[in-house]
Design a protein around this ligand. Structure first.
Ligand code: HSE
Length: 333
């Protein structure tokens, strides 16, 4: 069929399900662009394949299964990405597995495998890019496929697109609130004077924290985003070179800030000399980042022709799913 695109969804947790639901909700609009068929859905234990494409009804039914529940279906198979590629040959590989900053796996191998099979890749998993950005981009170029990753930083707000649109500027620094979980926690702590553990429980309850919240609290998530932004600016840095100071804030620190009209924010930064860090900082109330509260993200970008501040959603499941879909549309067109 002309304009038919086969898509594999790898990773079926909250982002995976929200993305699949979004595909069904937007199917009328997507049909105007191309015939998009989901031919494979995989979670950590199993996979289901359908070369002709799952119907919207079948996709919704899959979304209703419990977590890691694909294997309970009679037609499911053990997870085997090679088998998946040989049976259904997807054109677009959507990687929504969780981030692992030690090895990048399983996302890294999945993405390499997809590119070697000449599939375009759309990833919301930051770890493979944070660990191997330039290698993956080179491999994609060699295989003439694209990698869409606009959901990895400030999911829901077009920061990466914006940075790519100002290539003639010299970016001197980026300071950002890039992690929604810790920003939400800090806002709760300042406004309600609750301890950090309680603030974390509230962040987990709204579903924004990583499955392992140390990735948020120890700065891995923000550091990975800084590495991705730096690479977008064509400055290669390594995740291990981002200095990370974990977020540890006592109520006494908050009280002191309130007395002095300051705010504590967990800031990720990239500076002109290549220095990159993530650390809790006391900001004056006049700083544009100081008033960015709750799950919002923000970046202050210093350029030779002036400062740009961008504030918006970052990483919620619905916003991220929209960016994943925009990347899918982007590689299709
Ligand atoms: N846990 C991340 C955050 C999700 O809180 O920002 C989006 O990357």
């Amino acid at each position: 069929l002309l304009n038919e695109r086969k898509i594999a969804v790898i990773g079926f947790g909250s982002i995976g399900r929200t993305f699949v639901r979004l595909l069904t909700e937007k199917s009328h609009y997507i049909k105007k662009l191309a015939e998009l068929r989901v031919v494979a859905v995989a979670d950590s234990k199993g996979m289901v394949l359908k070369p002709s494409g799952f119907s919207d009804y079948e996709l919704i039914k899959l979304c209703e299964l419990p977590r890691s529940g694909l294997r309970s279906l009679p037609e499911s198979l053990d997870l085997d990405i090679d088998l998946l590629y040989s049976k259904v040959q997807p054109d677009i590989h959507v990687e929504l597995t969780p981030a692992n900053y030690e090895t990048g796996e399983p996302g890294l191998s999945n993405i390499v495998n997809a590119i070697n099979n000449h599939a375009h890749v759309v990833t919301a998993n930051k770890a493979p890019l944070a660990l191997r950005f330039s290698e993956l981009m080179d491999l994609a170029r060699k295989n003439e496929v694209k990698i869409g990753f606009r959901s990895t930083v400030m999911g829901g707000t077009p920061l990466i697109d914006m940075l790519l649109s100002i290539r003639s500027y010299s970016v001197e620094s980026i300071h950002g609130i890039l992690n929604a979980t810790t920003n939400f926690m800090l806002t709760e702590m300042h406004e309600k004077l609750i301890p950090m553990e309680e603030a974390l429980r509230r962040a987990q309850a709204i579903g924004i924290a990583e499955r392992d919240p140390r990735l948020d609290l120890d700065g891995w998530d923000s550091a990975a985003k800084i590495v991705i932004l730096s690479n977008v600016l064509r400055r290669e840095i390594k995740l291990q070179n981002v200095i990370r100071e974990p977020l540890k804030v006592e109520l006494s620190d908050i009280a002191e800030c309130l007395r002095n009209n300051n705010v504590i924010k967990y800031v990720g930064a990239l500076e002109l000399d290549g220095k990159a860090y993530v650390k809790p900082m006391k900001l004056s109330r006049r700083d544009p980042l100081a008033g960015v509260d709750g799950t919002l993200n923000a970046v202050r970008i210093g350029t030779t022709i002036g400062e740009i501040t961008l504030v918006g959603k970052g990483g919620g499941r619905v916003e991220t799913a929209h960016n994943v879909l925009d990347d899918v549309i982007g590689v299709m067109l």
